[in-house]
Design a protein around this ligand. Sequence first.
Ligand SMILES: O=C(CO)[C@@H](O)[C@@H](O)COP(=O)(O)O
Length: 264
Amino acid sequence: MTNSPADEPYVTGTDDGAAPALAPEVEAAIAQVREDVAKLHGELVRYGLVVWTGGNVSGRVPGADLFVIKPSGVSYGELAAENMILCDLDGNVIPGTPGSERSPSSDTAAHAYVYRNMPEVGGVVHTHSTFAVAWAARGEEIPCVITAMADEFGGPIPVGPFAIIGDDSIGRGIVDTLTGHRSRAVLMQNHGPFTIGASPKDAVKAAVMVEDVARSVHLAREAGPLIPIPQEAIDALYDRYQNTSGQAEDARRGGAADRSGEAR
Ligand SMILES: O=C(CO)[C@@H](O)[C@@H](O)COP(=O)(O)O
């Protein structure tokens, strides 16, 4: 009895550099993630989170040990599904696949480390958004003093260790800081925010919200002392928001939708 395509082990590469043979459902999933990740980079620009090419979005391919990430240093206006880069969970570019002729994002190793060590994560984002970077430059966590933080992050936004780009250091700092933590954002010291999410869109939302709360709390503290929110109120706000805000089909709530609300 021959195995169905779905039973076939994933072929990560071929000797002649041709694209690997993939099950049809994996091919379809890859195509969807390529489209979503390419489109979501426009949200980084729309919300003012990046200058030049100073940020990146990636998305895990459901059902495969693969993820999609942008090419390094390519203007956001040029990004499209077909020039996103398909990688395995070690951060190796899958040869022969669309976009594989270019180098992946500088942060590919960090994204790959998160995907290997946090199986629940479906998307990873990195930006240099101004106010979040300012808190990172001070190595200071953002205290939970506004209900929007309690809702979205369930408490303070933590700081991760100083780590140099280029190996697993940043990824390890992200995972060590966020594992078991409610926050989907970490301020890597002297660098900037990395966010995770149930989907690429959920991770982009966290990137948008971390910059918003970083700005608000910065301005508040400049004007006077901050008023902490009692922990029981933080817990209640977080529980409500995580379980009733948005729609049941949102990825964050365990659903499959995350393409402008479309189920898939
Ligand atoms: O933060 C850094 C470099 O320090 C990078 O994430 C940023 O410049 C974006 O690089 P990529 O264009 O994703 O390679």
